[in-house]
Design a protein. Structure first.
Length: 491
């Protein structure tokens, strides 16, 4: 690890740490219905939306009603997105004449974006119209993130209140997530990305002549508006096939810093919000500290592993040292403008959360560097996890930890004044055990049947790693991949 590389990592973590208290306090006030500095501008918009949608702001829901609203909202989003993708050739903003997306791919993509997974079995610039990118995908980036935040807020109310017969209104919580949190930040940072060279246009692709006389088609579109919510909402689905490695999505080290800060901002901010809402900031700091520990350890492993380089090259006598004209280290599958340090940092934080966006290709990482994102996802992405899902995932672990500690000291386990009994422990255990059951179960089936093994492009141990990563990624709603695997099949 070089001094410059270490400085970059420390600056990044310092910026994230500075944003957390402000954002956490802000969200605590927003979801308590208190006045914030944006209220004079956004409160009329919020009230107008409730009136238009027929939502009664003061009417809270029982948890079953809240759950029903979440399911209805999600299923409606899947149906609408599926229809948009299937009919995109008949819809506006299709300057390049993209054909309709086939049925199975539309179905997979609609579910993937509705669940904040954003697993992509297509090249965005070659498959999706601008309308599909905006209305079918970017809209889901807002809605799935708002759903995750709303559920987290409802769970926090369950811990904070004496009675949990009413836990708020999903429609109000989701609306406030978009209006007060996601939308303002997206507008400001989106304009910053445009200023840094990220395209935001409805004009079609352009054709250019290369220096050797060949013809090259350069895709563009409304990229900045999708890029910002992709990172802020821990979604991860790229406008372009190469995601945040593409210079139109992430053109410089500055945009790389901004986007990577956005990935961690809300998940850590929600931990701080939790402390404020339950009346004990120490509890929020305890959760944030546990999350941060795993993030730091992952970066401390992945970044140096990529900086040291590929051990196979070292055995062949190939130099991977840093020079004035080369960053050194393992540069396979990486962008020169980022190098191995920032690539290792991004790979860690994008899999510590449910983002899955990439600025390099995890399939080309060193064995140790590639192990970090795989382990991060398999932890359930709780460190700090996705927007909302990371917080209540951590609370599941907190319930189990308190229960085990109570058994050890011989007293009734409690967490924030709530007794932890058999039912709670069973539900928490189920939430944790479902992850390995899905990951290992689908992986085992896929390596035993022809439809699974036919997708393997790299035989041997790494082919197994690619399948294991694929089901880890989709179970954990991440969306990144070890990409040497053919996944655009019906199976």
């Amino acid at each position: 690890m070089t001094a410059a590389g270490l400085a970059q990592i420390l600056i990044y973590f310092a910026i994230v740490a500075l944003t957390v208290p402000f954002l956490g306090d802000y969200m605590a006030k927003v979801f308590a219905g208190e006045r914030v500095f944006l209220s004079p501008i956004l409160r009329p918009l919020e009230k107008g939306f409730y009136k238009l949608a027929g939502v009664r702001e003061e009417q809270e829901q029982h948890w079953l009603g809240y759950l029903g609203a979440v399911m209805l909202f999600t299923f409606a989003g899947i149906i609408i997105s599926y229809a948009v993708l299937r009919l995109q050739n008949h819809l506006p903003f299709n300057p390049d004449g993209q054909a309709p997306v086939n049925g199975w791919l539309s179905f997979n993509t609609a579910i993937s974006f509705a669940t904040n997974t954003n697993w992509q079995n297509y090249g965005g610039e070659a498959t999706m119209s601008y309308f599909s990118q905006m209305m079918g995908l970017a809209t889901h980036n807002f809605m799935s993130a708002a759903t995750g935040i709303a559920i987290a807020v409802a769970v926090v109310r369950g811990f904070a209140r004496q009675s949990v017969s009413q836990i708020g209104s999903f429609w109000v919580d989701a609306s406030r997530s978009v209006i007060y949190v996601l939308l303002p930040i997206s507008v400001v940072i989106g304009l910053v990305l445009v200023a840094q060279g990220v395209p935001q246009t409805f004009a079609g692709s352009v054709t250019a002549k290369t220096l050797d006389g060949a013809t090259q088609v350069i895709a563009r579109g409304p990229v900045a508006s999708q890029e910002v919510i992709k990172e802020l909402g821990t979604n991860g689905g790229g406008f372009f096939n190469t995601n945040s490695a593409h210079p139109f999505e992430n053109p410089s080290p500055l945009t790389n810093l901004i986007e990577s800060v956005m990935i961690l901002a809300i998940p850590f901010g929600l931990a701080w919000m939790f402390g404020r809402m339950v009346g004990s900031i120490k509890q929020g700091l305890a959760l944030a500290g546990a999350m941060a520990f795993v993030v730091v350890v992952g970066v401390a492993i992945a970044a140096p592993a990529e900086k040291i380089g590929n051990p196979a090259f070292t055995q062949l006598g190939v130099s991977q040292a840093s020079t004035g004209s080369a960053p050194g280290g393992n540069m396979e599958g990486k962008e020169v403008r980022f190098g191995p340090i920032l690539s290792g940092l991004w790979a860690t934080v994008t899999t510590d959360t449910s983002t899955g966006a990439v600025n390099s290709f995890h399939d080309s990482f060193t064995p140790l560097g590639g192990l970090v994102p795989l382990v991060n996802i398999e932890l359930g992405e709780i460190t700090p996890g996705g927007v909302g899902s990371g917080l209540y995932g951590m609370l599941v672990f907190a319930v189990l930890a308190v229960f085990i500690a109570g058994l050890m000291v011989g007293r009734t386990p409690e967490y924030l004044g709530k007794k932890i009994q058999g039912y709670e422990v069973k539900m928490a255990s189920l939430a944790i055990l479902i992850l390995p059951l899905s990951i290992l179960g689908f992986t085992a089936i896929s390596v035993l049947i022809p439809k699974g093994t036919s997708a393997i492009l790299n035989g041997g141990p790494h082919g197994l790693s690619e399948i294991l990563y694929a089901f880890s990624s989709q179970t954990g709603n991440n969306g990144s991949a070890f990409a040497g695997l053919g996944t655009n099949t019906n199976y």
